[in-house]
Write a protein that binds this ligand. Structure first.
Ligand code: KG4
Ligand code: ZN
Length: 344
């Protein structure tokens, strides 16, 4: 069916603070436009009310741009895929309402996409330079809202082996950055400073959590107390030690993540391991995972930077995979703020 016929899917992502639209043709991305909302930086985190307002402003121009860059007409589209959840309700409603209206107007099918499946399945976007994972594989999905180890047996058969009991790892990065006076989102800035610092300069206790689950809220508190104590002794402590502090925080977070990832490989005997989500853009996490190919005999899958943080390309690929299975939604589909990775 697909061989001779191009299938064009428009993907729409609006679960948090990025408004994004992408066009995919038979698994290849033709456009992937992202409007990042700068407004949240001065508040030190995402303000939900402002996020939905910004989505409303951005959604039409972003979609128009995605269609234009793909060099197609909207009449060429075969289906509309949109993020149904998880995410912020007000933000999800903007994307889902728009997707529903567009599918009605163009009289083409609607495909609801789970954002977490999007992060994982971004690995199946057609790209000459990227190898696609073979099933089964494990995926460490790390973002601003989630921290999960997922076993993927087929495109839509996913099982959570472990997840965070409190804060997500992205939150741990962002909140630590905030304590250090760095703007939101602080993850990339910690990564940048860490490159120039000594990871063993300061020690932070790692949490003790059973099984394959994670916890990051204790680390955040430990960092806060540490910084309060040190700045009392020396008001310039942060400024004088920013690189070492960031390197030490990052080192601790990376250790926590890989302790559990190694444990999950030992328990499942699955040595095909991927990373996904915004935090998988972290340079140290990418380097450490890659090093396990030689060290531990793993086959690893590291996503391209543009598919790590929230983007509609990952929603469009899920849309395409669902299109192939005739897995469509209808106008009654609702945005759902809480959606597990194994729910559709
Ligand atoms: O996947 P994503 O764009 O949004 C969610 O679905 O949450 O992830 C955003 C998160 C933020 O916490 C951001 O600080 C983090 O990804 N992040 C990073 C890096 N780039 C983005 N964290 C650490 N190092 C990075 N290089
Ligand atoms: Zn995300």
């Amino acid at each position: 069916m697909i061989k001779n016929k191009p299938i064009y899917i428009l993907g729409i992502e609006s679960s948090c603070d990025d408004t994004s639209a992408a066009v995919i043709c038979n698994g290849k991305i033709l456009s992937n436009v992202i409007a990042t909302q700068e407004i949240h930086a001065k508040y030190g985190g995402v303000v939900p009310e402002l996020a939905s307002r910004a989505h409303q402003q951005n959604i039409v121009p972003v979609i128009q741009q995605a269609i234009q860059q793909a060099n197609i007409d909207k009449k060429d589209l075969n289906a509309i895929a949109f993020t149904r959840g998880p995410g912020l309700m007000g933000s999800l409603l903007v994307g889902s309402s728009f997707a529903k209206s567009l599918s009605l107007a163009l009289n083409i099918p609607l495909i609801a996409v789970n954002h977490m499946q999007g992060h994982v399945l971004a690995h199946f976007i057609d790209d000459e330079k990227q190898q696609k994972p073979s099933f089964p594989f494990l995926c460490l999905t790390i973002s601003g809202g989630h921290t999960q180890i997922v076993k993927i047996s087929s495109y839509f058969k996913m099982e959570i082996l472990g997840e965070t009991l409190d804060d997500a790892v992205g939150e741990a990065f962002d909140k630590s950055a905030k304590i250090l006076g760095l703007p939101y989102p602080g993850g990339p800035l910690i990564d940048k400073h860490a490159k120039m610092g000594n990871p063993n300069a300061f020690k932070f206790t790692k949490p003790k959590v059973n099984g394959l689950n994670f916890s990051f809220s204790g680390l955040k508190t430990a960092i806060l107390y540490f910084i309060q104590k040190k700045t009392k002794e020396n008001p310039n402590f942060i400024k004088e030690n920013i690189d070492d502090i960031c390197a030490s925080i990052q080192y601790t977070i990376v250790e926590i993540l890989f302790d559990k990832l190694k444990k999950s490989v030992n328990e499942t005997k699955i040595k095909h391991v991927a990373i996904a989500g915004g935090v998988s853009a972290n340079s140290e996490i990418r380097t450490v995972l890659k090093s396990y190919e030689e060290k531990l005999g793993w086959k690893t899958y590291i996503p391209k930077f543009e598919y790590t943080t929230d983007n509609a390309g990952m929603i469009a690929i899920v849309g395409f995979l669902k299109y192939l299975e005739d897995n469509f939604s209808n106008q009654k589909t609702t945005a759902t703020a809480r959606l597990k990775v194994n729910e559709n």
